[in-house]
Structures are given as structure tokens and as C-alpha cells.
Write a new protein. Sequence first.
Length: 389
Amino acid sequence: MSNLRIGVIGCGGRGNVAGFALQSKAGARIVAGCSDYEPHLEAFKEKYGDDVYTCVDYQDIISRDDVDAVFITTPDFLHEEMAIAALEAGKPVYLEKPLAISIEGCDRILKAAYKTKTKLFLGHNMRHFESVLKMKEIIDSGQIGEIQAVWCRHFIDYGGDAYFKDWHSEKQYANSLLLQKGAHDIDVIHWLAGSYTERVVGMGKLSVYDQCARRHESERGDASFRDENWPPLEQTKCSPKIDIEDHNMIMMQLRNGIQCSYLQCHYTPDTCRNYTFIGTKGRLENIGDTGNSQIYVYTDRHSSFGTPNQIFQLFGQDQAHGGADPNIVDEFIRFVKFNDLTNTSPLAARNSVATGVLGAASLREGNVPKVIPELDPALVDYFENNQQW
Ligand SMILES: NC(=O)c1ccc[n+]([C@@H]2O[C@H](COP(=O)([O-])OP(=O)(O)OC[C@H]3O[C@@H](n4cnc5c(N)ncnc54)[C@H](O)[C@@H]3O)[C@@H](O)[C@H]2O)c1
């Protein structure tokens, strides 16, 4: 079968993930790129050759006959419009997380994929993290019994660099960091716990980055990571408008009875997602999530802390999210070309966004519990059946 010809909408920043398509044995090449920022188009041509097509308007990509599929790697608030347009043009879509920034937006994308029978794939690369796959394997083996409780602490040392200097800092563009960052973790919790959130309650606030020096609104936001931007209150050139929280805590009641909590902080000195899954015969936790990391498993009772019964040492790559990025891009290409089954799921992506959206609503409205609305059963069946009909 011939190479899948890929167009990249949003070809700077995360758009670079599409480059892993060239490593896929399933066969793909990059033929077109779109960005509203000229230096990203120049870098794209430099990377893929002068003969790739480049443009500023994404419609020019989805209307091309020589583009078989698209990556949509633009900011979160553009996902809905661009994904629906691409699906309606019959182009299979690799869409970065979060699926959209509202539940209604997510459901409109899923409906467009269902109606057009055009393949939709979500960039939930944590479903290819070695640490996540190992935790899933241990849980599925029954070693720690039936899971009853899940906790996740998420420390983000680069929060001030990445999320408080450009579009991420405003609700109208990101809704909440419970989507931008949390959609990953909520998805992992759902996947490993084997269920989706039914009810969510939240508490959180903006307390650090609103005190930092701001850039002028005429200056382009620079979200690059710099270790010297420390401590958090010494950040400069933060966004003129910041109305998202830098500390988020939610509690989730899953449909299968499992109870979960997720805590996310953007002003910690270190970075880690530390999950704890607690079952009826033990618990496990991850120390590190990509690169060299460990999974600690505790199965004997003992009244001290930090002495696991078993340690699984993982040796992931340091780059490309521990090697998850080439794997997820390969999965997309095999899904489009051969209908291969996927670790990722648009349905799960919708339910992680729905939990983040309503978790944010809860914390903004006095911590009231929110119930996740169910999706049309026809859509559930379609996506549970790997988008076959
Ligand atoms: N899965 C992951 O590990 C991961 C990591 C980082 C980012 N992301 C996701 O990737 C997406 C992009 O994030 P980013 O940090 O690269 O964003 P970004 O702000 O750097 O923008 C990405 C690209 O989109 C272009 N763009 C913006 N508006 C456009 C428009 N109207 N038309 C055409 N091009 C436009 C930008 O110029 C840039 O080239 C987000 O949805 C983010 O959540 C995922």
C-alpha cells in the first residue's frame, strides 16, 4: 500500500510529533503544513524539504487531494472547528488532546466522525507510556486485588513557563488546566480503573502566577521552558490576562464504584505524575513516568513506608515522552491504513474532558458535585467498535 500523505495543521510546537510518521514501518510521508506563524512554516520546509506545501489557512490543507490524513496540533480552542471541518472533508484526523474545551464541542466532533464515517484518533500519548502500560499490566493481572481507590499527584515545575504566558492562561482558550494537563491523567485513571467518572467535585484557585510581572499585550507570548525561571514568583512576561487556576484538586466517583482523586500543582520545584492504585490485596505506585522510572508494588502488610515487595525498573528513552510519541504516531497510521485496534479512544477522550470541564465548574461554583452527561448510545457503540460499522 502506498505511503499515507500527511498534512499538519499547526506545524510548530507539538506539530513536530507528526515527524515520527517518517519512522513508521506502515509507511507515511509529510506533504503539507499549516501555521499562522511564518517562522514555523520556514522550519517545516527546512525539516521536510522545499517541495512540501505550506499555508496559513487550514482550509487549504483539508481541500487538497494529495493529503490523505491530517494532524491537528493547534491550540485547544481551535480543535473543534478544525477537526469537524477535516472530518467533513473526509480526512482522517490525528487530533491532539484535549478533544475540545467543552463537552458540547467534544460531542459535536464525535458526531461529525460518526456521521461522515471518517476516522478520528486522539493524541493521548500517555496510553503509550511504559510506566502506564506496566501499571495496567500489574492491575489486570490481579496482583493487587480489585482496585477500590486511585490517587494521582501531578507536580509541574514548568507550569509557569508553559501555561501562564500565552493562550493557555485564559478560560476562553483553555477552559481549565484540568483539560490541558488533566485530560491525560483523568484518561489514565479511567483506563486503568476500567470505568468513567459519574460524579466530580472540585476545589482549586489561582494564587501564584497572578502576582508575577506581565508582558505587554502587543508582545507574543513565549512559552519556552527555562530552568532559571525560579522561584515561581520571579517569573516575568506572564500573560496580560490570567483567569485559570494554578492549583486544581478534584475527586471523582467512577461508575464502577472506584473512588479517585487528582491533585495538580503548577508551581512545584519538580515534575512528576505519581499515581497510586489501591486494591483489596495491595497497592502500586510509579516513581517517575518516562525515561528511567520504577513501579513499586506493595503486597505485604508492614507498618513502615517506602519498602515495596517488588520493584519494576523501566528504561524508557529520555526523549519523545519516553518513546511514546513514535509509538502513538505509528498506531495512528496503522489505524488509518489497516483498521488496527488502538490503545487510545475518542470516547475516553470525551469522558476525560467532560470530567475536567465539570471539575472546573465545580471548583468555580462553590465545590458543588457535578454529574457527567451520558453520550448518545449510538456514538458509544460506534467508538467502542473501533469506528467500524
Ligand atoms: N500530547 C502531548 O504530549 C502534548 C504536548 C504538548 C502539546 N499538546 C497539545 O498540542 C496542541 C498544540 O500545543 P502547542 O503548545 O504546540 O501550541 P502552540 O501555541 O505552540 O501552537 C501550535 C501551532 O499552531 C499554530 N496555530 C495557532 N493558531 C493557528 C491558526 N488559527 N491557524 C493555523 N495555525 C495556527 C501555531 O502557529 C503553531 O505553529 C494543544 O492542543 C496541546 O494541548 C500535546
